[in-house]
Design a protein around this ligand. Structure first.
Ligand SMILES: *Cc1c(COP(=O)(O)O)cnc(C)c1O
Length: 401
């Protein structure tokens, strides 16, 4: 098949699912409940760092995820930064992160004064490859009761797996390996609110988990994040570190350490509280959109839809396909042709170790991530797209008639 035919076929498959109207990659949607709660928050006068919506939002997140603690903060990146400090990451440490991730995963490591060590991903979940992780850990040397990268002399202090596009990574395997080395896990679950491994919500398996409520995530607070933990002491420290370490008191200003102003404002939590109520509906719509893409792309010989890994439930935050061949021209032509049809699709992030600030960071073999960058395409994934009538539905109609 020549490239033009392949590109045209690809665009047609997408349009069979979502029709030919323009579509964004992922759009938030709001209703009356959002307006009601935000309005209520404004009327109360408590829009900033004090107010009950934050506590109510945290309770809703705890209930949905089954996490013992949830601390709402100003962004997912802030949650990652504090999460790393909570598990004991210190300046000049190293933290193992997948090179296939959003840049915030590595930036948060730098914010904590530490250095990212990049590892490869696998093709099924698009997340951290447990075998690649194990190969890296086997090369570390023992110093006291810590593990040290002998090439840099730095302590490896944490591992940050990420659940790509909502698909749970092989977190149980990673957990087993991390336990062998007694290295704590901070789970970057920024994309996986509503995704489960068996019965367990992502972000509640690591010592600390992190959520994001940025505008492009499955639910949004405008901007925001949350720290999840099952540990009472860590939860207490998280609260303190994100609220300038102020001792609660009616009028005194006593602060026990240098800390951050990472608290989620009340007005953002009001928006978030209304959004959490929609989460079950969003997940079910995204899953039904994914089903349509699966059925349509089963006819494709050049691309396969990325299905949730066995034993997991994905929120399908972003639906994606992987092209069979590594072909720069084909990838570019597909993205261009989708854009010309008003359909917003994206390749995978540039692998983080290729960015200027991470060009000299330590790393393992990253060949799968480099290949995935040339083959993965994220497709329009907004929940309401599942209600659109693409030509797929017309065909179904015709067949039934
Ligand atoms: C969105 C995202 C973050 C950061 O969240 P913000 O709220 O935008 O700071 C971190 N990691 C991953 C993988 C993300 O997708």
């Amino acid at each position: 098949m020549n490239t033009n035919t392949e590109v045209a076929n690809f665009v047609q498959l997408v349009q069979e699912v979502i029709g030919s109207e323009p579509a964004q990659l992922h759009e938030p949607s709001f209703g009356n409940k959002e307006k009601e709660l935000v309005s209520h928050c404004i009327d109360s006068g408590f829009v900033s760092s004090v107010g009950s919506f934050v506590t109510d939002f945290e309770s809703a997140i705890k209930e949905f995820t089954g996490s013992k603690h949830a601390i709402a903060v100003s962004s997912g990146t802030a949650a990652l930064h504090v999460g790393l400090m909570l598990v004991g990451v210190m300046p000049d440490d190293e933290v193992i992160v997948p090179t296939s991730s959003f840049v915030a995963t590595a930036n948060a490591v730098m914010h904590a004064g530490a250095n990212p060590f990049f590892v490869d991903s696998e093709t099924k979940s698009l997340g951290m490859d447990p075998f690649a992780l194990e190969r890296v850990l086997r090369k570390l040397s023992r110093r006291g009761n810590t593990w040290v990268n002998s090439e840099t002399g730095r302590r490896v202090a944490a591992i940050v797996p990420m659940h790509t596009f909502g698909h749970p990574t092989q977190i149980r395997e990673i957990e087993r390996i991390a336990n062998d080395y007694e290295i704590p896990i901070v789970e970057d679950s920024a994309e996986s609110l509503g995704s489960f491994v068996g019965e367990t919500h992502t972000g509640t398996i690591g010592k600390v988990g992190v959520l994001s409520f940025n505008g492009n995530k499955i639910i949004t607070t405008g901007g925001g994040g949350a720290i999840l933990t099952q540990d009472d002491v860590l939860a207490e420290r998280a609260r303190s570190l994100t609220t300038t370490a102020k001792r609660p008191h009616a009028w005194e200003f006593y602060h026990s350490s240098v800390a951050w102003n990472y608290r989620m404002p009340n007005i953002n939590a009001a928006l978030g509280l209304a959004q959490v109520l929609r989460l079950p509906e969003y997940i079910s719509k995204k899953r039904s959109l994914a089903q349509k893409y699966i059925s349509v792309f089963s006819k494709s010989s050049g691309a396969s839809f990325n299905i949730e890994p066995d034993g997991t439930l994905s929120n399908y935050w972003l639906c994606s396909v992987t092209l069979n061949e590594e072909n720069d021209d084909l990838l570019r032509s597909i993205l261009l042709s989708l854009a010309e049809s008003g359909l917003n699709a994206r390749p995978l992030w540039d692998p983080l170790h290729t960015l200027p600030m991470y060009r000299n960071s330590p790393r393992g073999d990253l060949s799968t991530s480099m290949s995935l960058r040339k083959r993965v395409i994220s497709l329009p994934s907004s929940p309401f797209l599942s209600d659109r009538l693409g030509s797929l539905s017309t065909n179904f109609g015709a067949r039934n008639a």
